[in-house]
Design a protein around this ligand. Sequence first.
Ligand SMILES: Cc1ncc(COP(=O)(O)O)c(C=O)c1O
Length: 396
Amino acid sequence: MTVKEKDEKFFGRGGPVLDLEVEKAKGSYVYDPHGKKYVDFLGGAGVGNLGWGLEDVELAIRNSRRPSYVYPHFYYKPWAELAELLAAITPKHLTTSFRMTGGSEAVDAALEMAMMYTGRKKVLSIEGSYHGNTFGALSAGTSSNGDKFHNLLHGFEKIDPPLNQDSLNKIEEKLKRNEYAAVIMEPVIINLGVVIPEESFMEKLDQLCKEHGTLLIMDEAITGFFRTGKFFASEHYNIKPDIMCLAKALSSGYAGMGAVMTTPEIAKAIKGKIGLYSSYGWHPIGTDAAIATIHYLLNHTEELLSNIEEVSSIFKNELLKINFKKTPEIRIKGMAVAVDLKDEEYASEVKKKALTNGLLMNTEGSSLSFLPALNISRETVYEGLKILKQTVESTK
Ligand SMILES: Cc1ncc(COP(=O)(O)O)c(C=O)c1O
């Protein structure tokens, strides 16, 4: 049986499969078993911010003398170290981190914390968004989940984009009732095809949350770790989120890792009342990977930021030169790039053909979505964009 046949027979999957069997991945390239090389503009959907197999992380993992496992209720030096590092890199009022195995668990824990802290049960989120696959995360995500899962949580309400004064009025109407535990969103909504809220929107939202005792949760699962040109995308705005969810690029892809960051005040208020036990939360391998990843980000901040700026402008300029069927809407924040083709079928056709031609990307609805490694070279960016251009020109 081929891998494909075995996969189809034995392997459970929710979503569609891309026709690529991966044998190895290095830097900004992925390779199949026949040695075919693919330029990676997909970046594992936000996991591979530093490319694959980064030496610093690889060596840290290889050279560590960690135990195979640490029971969550013990002390463990690298946990304390990682928590201290996270407190140093996130906005300075967020100093307590809770360990998680990934983004969905982080979102659920954040929602649970907000409910416990406020004593309220309702949650407001952005329609069409994605926050993961656990029940809380699914309930905060797109309402279309409701068609598939009939037991989503009650009390989850949505605000429709576009995010403007009109939506702020609707949010105010709701928050005024003092029933909402939290508003949760991505600070740059990558899962809607890099929707970039106005600063004034985010600032007013933050203000409304503060006025009405609702916690503001920033889901930075994808936007974190310099993806949008700031350490965390929340820093693009003058806002003070109460809780931040981290995941994905935290461990550079070596292990499932996530974190919920909050204030000492919230952490203290929920202490002893909430479970948050996670058998594999911050497994020693993932913890080593996360510490090495953060050290790398801190030691290479300037070169990463300058690469992000350069690559971001290459995307801006070069995408304009591609003859898409209709003029697309291009949305870019740092190295979160979306090309909205306004046609879902066309977008998925381009993605499929690009794969055959050796370029990996994602689609979000009608948008092509690119999340290349932040340390990708100019040559590889041009190589990928050349494949994109050829693909588009042969997809009419
Ligand atoms: C914004 C956001 N939140 C949460 C998640 C869920 O993360 P995980 O897949 O690690 O559970 C994702 C995953 O794509 C995400 O994009």
